[in-house]
Ligand binder design. Structure first.
Ligand code: SAH
Length: 360
């Protein structure tokens, strides 16, 4: 049954559902096929994005997120411009090739202008040596365009769930959390010309296999260049923690994440897909497993250590105490141990995106 499905060029929803339920030998067949397809299309290279967690100040109150505005236990911080540029210099020095700036969400002009300025400054390092990914939430098309023109070329905005009902079970239902607005943002990023990434959390309360199958078709229909998915990790200071007892245990969430990565790889062979740090938080070998299931990007953390404890979107985040140099050599070693190789000093653009752009 699984073998026949894996032979197909296109999966229907039933196929995807079957693949997401695979166990034992079938699961192994799925993961092996996804790895083979990745190696054939993208080789054994892993791309790095040095992650800068700019600020935990957020105007939103997503029910799963540890830095939601409603969490009064968090000490709010914003990294200084100099620190951001030092992080970017570090990424350049370590040969990471790209940085990713992520932050709690702010829409005020002081914030958006500051990002424009920082993007321009980062572009100057090594004469445009660093690729720039932004992950700064929902903004107006004008702001997205301004940042794009300043030099950012990739943007990550997870849809969190493509099922509107589930979306409103994990977010407040109000003006600040609007499913349609999030969809519009993804469309606007795509039309501006960003390599656009989206994704979901896996193992959320109320989430079904059907939802996850629909999420995969959503990514495919949007023709995104990048996908980021990781297991949901309940945070004790958030409203969704109430349902922590009702979600699948960590091992199951990990396996489901691997299956989602593998099926995504088979459906979209040339996209970039991240092995999220959340994987490593619930399994010490989580990132390696994600790479072996079809992921090809890792985001080592470059945030100054003194801030990291305050950017806990989920608890017990992996590598919070590591220094950038340690992290870099550890990753090189870890990738080698699974017969993969980090491609240094390259932007590592999505092949799916490059092909789409050339075709237009
Ligand atoms: N403010 C930005 C960045 C959000 S943090 C934005 O809105 O896009 C990046 C991702 O972390 C989120 O998109 C979400 O999918 C994930 N995340 C948040 N809380 C989490 C949790 N408790 N467990 C696992 N992943 C979580």
């Amino acid at each position: 049954m699984i073998k026949e499905i894996l032979e197909k060029q296109y999966f229907n929803k039933d196929d995807v559902r079957t693949l997401l339920l695979a166990k034992g030998e079938d699961l192994k067949l799925l993961l092996d096929r996804a790895l083979a397809v990745k190696l054939e299309k993208l080789d054994h290279y892993v791309h790095l994005r040095g992650l800068i967690e700019l600020s935990n100040i957020c105007r939103k109150s997503c029910l799963y997120c540890g830095v939601r505005s409603g969490n009064t236990k968090v000490v709010r911080y914003t990294i200084t411009d100099d620190e951001v540029l030092e992080c970017a210099q570090m990424a350049y020095k370590l040969g990471y090739g790209s940085v990713a700036i992520q932050s709690g969400e702010r829409n005020d002009r002081a914030f958006t202008e500051r990002i424009t300025k920082l993007v321009k400054e980062i572009k100057k390092i090594g004469n445009g040596a660093l690729g720039i990914t932004l992950s700064l939430g929902e903004q107006t098309p004008e702001v997205y365009r301004e940042w794009f023109e300043a030099g950012a070329h990739r943007y990550l905005l997870r849809i969190e769930s493509s099922n509107e009902d589930l979306y409103y079970k994990i977010h407040p239902h109000d003006e600040t959390h609007d499913f349609k607005k999030r969809l519009d943002c993804i469309d606007s990023l795509l039309s501006i010309g960003y390599q656009t990434g989206t994704g979901v959390m896996i193992g959320l309360p109320f989430q079904t296999i059907d939802d996850l199958a629909d999420d995969l078709f959503f990514f495919k229909n949007k023709n995104v260049a990048m996908v980021g998915m990781g297991p949901f990790i309940p945070h004790p200071d958030t409203p969704l923690y109430e349902f922590a007892g009702e979600i699948p245990p960590a091992e199951e969430r990990m396996n489901l994440t691997l299956k989602m990565i593998a099926v995504a790889r088979l459906m979209m062979p040339e996209i970039n897909m991240v092995a999220a740090t959340a994987n490593q938080t619930i399994d010490p070998m989580g990132r390696e497993k994600a790479i072996l299931a079809g992921a090809n990007v890792i985001m080592p953390n470059l945030t100054p250590n003194k801030y990291r404890e305050e950017y806990l979107i989920y608890p017990d985040k992996a590598c919070v105490g590591d220094k950038p140099e340690q992290c870099s050599s550890c990753l090189g070693f870890r990738m080698k141990s699974i017969k993969h190789e980090i491609l240094y000093n390259a932007w590592g653009d999505s092949k799916a995106f490059t092909k789409k752009t050339n075709a237009n």
